[in-house]
Ligand binder design. Structure first.
Ligand code: FNR
Length: 368
């Protein structure tokens, strides 16, 4: 007795449906967080500690939700972030997200560990649709170099290097479920020995290089012209280092609570980072993104008020895709867009540039 698609009114509704309709192993992989899942829960609940300070009597008849990310236009300041193993939830995999992203003029980040091949995902894009590459750096740098060069040749507009996963976190829900589906769902990664006894995450991640360090950034800059963004930055000192190393951006993220448990949420880190960057006159030297726990347009607006250029959304689109296929992802994106326009009006903003720190009260973030 599942709700029909039209009965999903927000992103959380898709999660409730997905939990019931998905295979147990797939649900375990998508929904799990590290250890006690404290960070995963905090990612969303941190937004509840921020209150709006709306303006009134502003003409908000017309609301323009468009923006740019890494210099490319998109219709709204969220993107589909990289999540591995799309075929666990839907037999077609990540190309479903590609098609929905095109329909809504939303940017998609392609995961290294996609179920579809990289070329299938690029082939599924239409026109001048924007895609980025998420990179897990392989111990074998030749493999990594080939992936990066190929992505640039195929038109990817940004290189997001994941820096919060020198080792995969313990996602116990995932580890408990025997992972028989991994073999068919993961794209073959060179040098990878799939060990199915440890859950999906461990099974596919053994190739990741834990020795990756700041000195490698110059190497990536030497092999690509794509702007480089570090995904998984968790404190201001590292944002400053990213600026000093010539990175185009950072994603303040804890990997959806799947890595270090009790790491802070992206929105909390953002609230600390932006004032420090402004103090140093660095706020325009780098684009700041956040992800983790974003389920409502109000969450997106809060992040933008605090200085984020855009936000990444992961699980909600996986759940929508798993429960209802492409139509589900389309509806999830449309719901977010409708929420976004409505809440921009209610806060008194016509365009994303109007959003500023005075529109939020963050005192609740700093009183534990
Ligand atoms: C992820 N994430 C992730 N990140 C990454 O850099 N490479 C990856 O392969 C994956 N894979 C992945 C799989 C699944 C199932 C999830 C849920 C997440 C992390 C992802 O990019 C992002 O940081 C979080 O998903 C954001 O949090 P929400 O929106 O899921 O709460």
């Amino acid at each position: 007795n599942m709700p029909i698609l039209e009965q999903c009114y927000n992103l959380l509704d898709f999660e409730a449906v997905a939990k019931h309709v998905m295979k147990r192993t797939a649900w375990a992989y998508y929904s799990s967080g590290a250890d006690d899942e404290i960070t995963m829960r905090e990612n969303h609940s941190a937004f509840h500690k921020i209150w709006f300070r709306p303006r009134i009597l502003i003409d908000v008849e017309h609301v323009d939700t468009s923006t740019t990310m890494l210099g490319d236009k998109c219709s709204i300041p969220f993107y589909v972030t990289a999540t591995a193993l799309g075929k666990l939830g839907n037999p077609e995999g990540e190309v479903v997200l590609t098609r929905a992203a095109h329909k809504h003029d939303v940017i998609q980040m392609i995961p290294t560990l996609a179920s579809c091949s990289f070329d299938e995902i690029v082939d599924a894009k239409k026109g001048d649709q924007i895609q980025w590459l998420q990179l897990y750096v392989n111990k074998n740098r030749d493999v990594t170099r080939r992936i990066v060069e190929h992505a640039e040749k195929r038109g990817c507009k940004g290189l997001f290097i994941t820096v919060d996963a020198p080792q995969l976190g313990r996602r116990e829900k995932d580890m408990r479920s025997k992972f028989e589906d991994v073999g068919t769902s993961v794209q073959k990664v060179e040098n990878d020995n799939v060990d199915r006894s440890q859950g999906a995450a461990r099974a596919i991640s053994s190739f990741i290089d834990p020795s990756l360090s700041w000195k490698d950034i110059a190497y990536f800059q030497s092999i690509t012209k794509m702007p480089i963004v570090l995904k998984g930055v968790q404190r201001v000192e590292d944002v400053i280092l990213a600026v000093e190393h010539g990175c185009a951006g950072v994603v303040l993220s804890n990997h959806g609570g799947r890595q270090l448990d009790t790491a802070p949420s992206g929105i909390e880190v953002l609230a600390e980072v932006m004032p420090e960057l402004r103090k140093r006159g660095m706020e325009n030297k780098i684009e700041i993104y956040i992800d983790g726990g974003i389920r409502r347009a109000t969450d997106i607006i809060k992040a933008l008020c605090l200085g984020a250029k855009g936000v990444g959304i992961g699980r909600p689109f996986l759940y929508a895709m798993s429960a209802y296929g492409e139509a589900g992802v389309n509806r999830a994106m449309q719901l977010l867009k409708d929420e976004f326009v409505m809440n921009m009006r209610l806060i008194g903003a016509n365009k994303v540039e109007d959003l500023n720190p005075s529109m939020v009260d963050t005192r609740g973030l700093f009183t534990h």
